[in-house]
Design a protein around this ligand. Structure first.
Ligand code: BG6
Length: 477
């Protein structure tokens, strides 16, 4: 690799998709409207940073969200104004199957996503749909034990079939599970596995992981039959890992951390469990229930790999040197060479280039960056009589990461597109706050629930519009 710090930013390919990404539970609100059932998110008022509640409680910002359920047309028009060519959103499973185990879907819920797709088509924006983004129907969590139960594979498959049949002719890009590799780290949010009564044995967590992987592969097989034009992707949380020191033991610690993350992508792209994972199971004395049919199902590999990228971590085998920092769901050892966001997530644009190369070298599948961005506190100010946010810190973060995407493309990595996380301010996943803002569009709502919900364009709004218009040509070193 060359040091390209003084050379021009490489060009993005023609047809590169530019846009933003959201998740239903973080934007829609209307948690009990249109026949929607409850999802795990409706009882997570503090995200993964606090305990679940027994029932939905008023302090849970997600119940109203940013009211996208009622304002989607206005929001999509703003995305179109920035020139989005792709928009990633998720379908709330409990809008389509309120409990998750019904035989027939809720027509009102399906009609809502028809309207979203109508709006996107009107503006010429390509949809990218996540089938399940951290919102398992609550009944499946409470009555079946979440993804620990094999029955969820069938419920998910039924749900996926309904989506492919209904929207298959309108949606090309699909993702099966958001950040499927977060299951062991956030069992309730990611797998509907309630941990409020105490720790869940790893045997059960690994079994749940297996069920999700089989469900993902079955959805892929189903799409080939029902929606042959569909491109199916897996979605993983990426987190490059650096050795804290050059010692071989630290390199081994990196390998172990990488294996823990990469096994999901390995199964999705190669169709079977890798040897290092089988070794972990053996050493931990875990025996999974894997049927012959499961093994056959897993052979339905994905068309592309998508991932989120926010930060990198370090690893060390030396307990004396271990200083753990904050991080996106998984966290890790703090890297002394990197700055961090206000929430302690270490900022590392080069890590994005590294992870793009790692995934491409390893899997040889087209890649899609479906989440990246900076969560920061914003201050609304008046400029020329208009309310806005001067978010130069966000512009710098995104610019520097996109330069590294361009470098990876130049390295020969096939990248389909980039969707910035939370193009409009949304409710956070890990802390369930609104004050942790990612958007190009400011939403007037506060952590205490007050606010008009009005939308305002930030400085980064025009900046991103120009990046898209110039296909990356306006990025700077
Ligand atoms: C990803 C999730 O882990 O990170 C999103 O897929 C989430 O749902 C995003 O919002 C950013 O995390 P947070 O906690 O800042 O919202």
């Amino acid at each position: 690799m060359t040091d390209a710090t003084t050379t021009p930013v490489p060009r993005f390919p023609e047809g590169f998709l530019w846009g933003g990404a959201t998740a239903a539970n973080q934007v829609e609100g209307a948690y009990a409207e249109g026949g929607k059932g409850l999802s795990v998110q409706d009882v997570m008022p503090r995200g993964i940073s606090g305990p679940r509640s027994a029932e939905p409680t008023e302090d849970n910002l997600k119940l109203i969200g940013i009211d996208h359920f009622h304002r989607y047309a206005e929001d999509i028009a703003l995305f179109a104004e920035m020139g989005f060519t792709v928009y990633r959103f998720s379908i709330a499973w409990s809008r389509i199957f309120p409990r998750g185990d019904e035989a027939t879907p809720n027509e009102e819920g399906l009609a809502f996503y028809d309207r979203i797709l109508d709006e996107l088509e009107k503006h010429g924006i390509e949809p990218l749909v996540t089938i399940s983004h951290y919102e398992t129907p609550l009944a499946l969590a409470e009555e079946y034990g979440g993804w620990r139960s094999r029955e969820l594979i069938g419920f998910y498959e039924r749900y996926a079939r309904v989506l492919f049949e209904r929207y298959g002719s309108r949606v090309r890009y699909w993702l099966t599970f958001n950040e499927i590799n977060s299951l062991l780290h956030a069992p309730f949010m990611s797998g509907g596995i309630d941990i409020s009564q105490g720790e869940v044995p790893r045997q059960e967590l690994f079994q749940a992981m297996h069920h999700e992987l089989v469900a993902s592969a079955r959805a892929t097989r189903l799409a080939r039959e029902v929606a042959p034009a569909a491109q199916i992707g897996c979605m993983v949380l990426s987190m490059p890992v650096y050795p804290l020191t050059p010692s071989p033991d630290d390199a081994l610690a990196v390998l172990a951390a990488d294996h823990g993350n990469l096994v999901y992508g390995d199964v999705h792209t190669r169709g079977a469990y890798p040897g290092y994972f089988l070794r972990t199971l053996r050493e931990e004395g875990i025996e999974l229930d894997i049927t012959e049919q499961d093994r056959e199902d897993l052979r339905n590999t994905v068309d592309f790999v998508s991932f989120s990228y926010y930060m990198s971590i370090a690893e060390t085998a030396d307990p004396e040197l271990r200083v753990e920092g904050e991080g996106n769901i998984m966290g890790g050892v703090t890297n002394p060479t990197l700055p961090a966001s206000e929430w302690g997530w270490q900022i590392d644009p080069v890590g994005l280039r590294l992870v793009l190369n790692q995934f491409w070298d390893r899997w040889q599948k087209p890649l899609f960056i479906v989440e990246n961005g900076l969560g920061a506190r914003d201050e609304l100010v008046q400029v020329d009589g208009k309310k806005t946010v001067i978010d130069d810190y966000r512009i710098a973060y995104l610019n520097d990461h996109l330069v590294q995407v361009a470098e990876a493309v130049e390295d020969g990595v096939e990248v389909l597109g980039y969707t910035a996380w939370g193009p409009i301010d949304i409710i956070g996943a890990s802390t369930a706050q609104l004050s942790k803002r990612y958007g190009f569009i400011y939403v007037d709502r506060n952590d205490d629930g007050t606010g008009s919900l009005d939308r305002y364009r930030k400085k980064s709004f025009d900046w991103y519009a120009e990046v898209i218009r110039s296909n990356g040509g306006s990025l700077t070193r």
